[in-house]
Design a protein around this ligand. Sequence first.
Ligand SMILES: Nc1ncnc2c1ncn2[C@@H]1O[C@H](COP(=O)(O)OP(=O)(O)O)[C@@H](O)[C@H]1O
Ligand SMILES: [Mg+2]
Length: 450
Amino acid sequence: MSSRWADEEADKALRQKEKEEKARKKLLKQQKLEQQAALAAKKAAAAEEQQLASQRSRNDEDERPAKRQRTEEAAQDEPTISTSRYRPVQPTWRPCRHVSDYETLNAIEEGSYGWVSRARHVESGSIVALKHLKLDPSTTSQEGFPITALREIQALKSSRSHDNIVTLHDVITGSTPSTNDVYLVMEFVEHDLKTLQESMETPFAISEVKTLMLQITSAVDYLHTHWILHRDLKTSNILLSNRGVVKLADFGMARTFGDPMPPALTQLVVTLWYRAPELLLGADKYDTAIDVWSLGCVMGELLRNEPLLPGKNEVDQLSRIFATCGIPSSKTWPRFRSLPNARHLNLPSPPQTKEPTLRSLVADPTNLSTAGVRLLESLLSLNPNRRPDAGEVLEHPWFTEDPRPKSTAMFPTFPSKAGQERRRRRPTPQAPRGGEAPKLDAADFSAVFG
Ligand SMILES: Nc1ncnc2c1ncn2[C@@H]1O[C@H](COP(=O)(O)OP(=O)(O)O)[C@@H](O)[C@H]1O
Ligand SMILES: [Mg+2]
């Protein structure tokens, strides 16, 4: 005879089994419901997509947006959008803002690619810089919106988050009914380093040069790590606010790159005084090191309060480079002789070569420390592979030795030229307009130290 306890035990086990069975059924039911819901959502998304597609094609036929508007939207889109996931949601479209929304206060500067003026947004009262892009009608009529303008907009847009890169607020259209009439609306910055230095009685202190160089290099490092070459770094393209904050500007020559580098890049880039030797020698394969060379020229200029290598033409530029930074040899720069313009150059032979003059050009008048000279020498290495990358420059010991970089809050303020009148500065060479580097066949540099 089984005990009362045994009966109870069996009951308990049965109840437990029933409970488990119930829970399993509940779970199954829930899973089924979830599957049905997911299926319904998929169907709804497909229907919405179909509706959007038909609406898009209807829009294309009936309410085709103005060409300029479409081009601008295209310019603002990221280039790497995967078409399978990209949904052009119509409500984000808005009428293109117009230059008449702004009141021009004064002209600031006419550069090679645009006219820049200070302006006020009529509705909000905010002060901005307007850059009227100079779009070449000969290229625009055949090829649509010019690639240089697209690149400038794209590069500025993708760099918005960096403190040391000028903020692009908007791209607006001008008063003529043409896709060529385009303005960039940017934050207004009081100075550019070129105009500022020309009006300064004493050069920047070493601690100030360090603060400026750290900010400029940080912007360049951001560009390079985001696959953008600036290709026109120079003091007139580096803005400085009254709070001591650097804003890198003028992306008119910028372009994106990848790994490997795109083949056959434009040779004629970077304003002559800031142009790296490999570009002068006709290289069409180059990389971020060309911007690092320009950084060296900028550092020298900030220290000296005048341009470091103001060549009169390509040959003179190369002579100045060789005299200042030394003569390349197959040991220091193995690829040198294979560059198109280097094959027939007549160079002084090494035993007669004098000491390069970089140190005396920079260190003597400024008391630049040995670490500072080393940094400058590395930025201005003839062999591009020997130049540090921007990230390495930021870590250089020069920045941590005394005098320390001056805090931006302690930076002196200067009266703003751009606030009242056109910025006037001594004429300097303009950015090149692209194309091939001029040939320097058999140029004779044997007397660069003469
Ligand atoms: N956001 C800005 N705020 C104030 N001044 C600016 C601004 N952007 C440019 N500038 C001034 O206009 C000049 C020319 O602008 P930039 O963009 O360099 O055009 P360009 O391609 O013609 O050289 C600069 O050197 C600077 O003095
Ligand atoms: Mg410029």
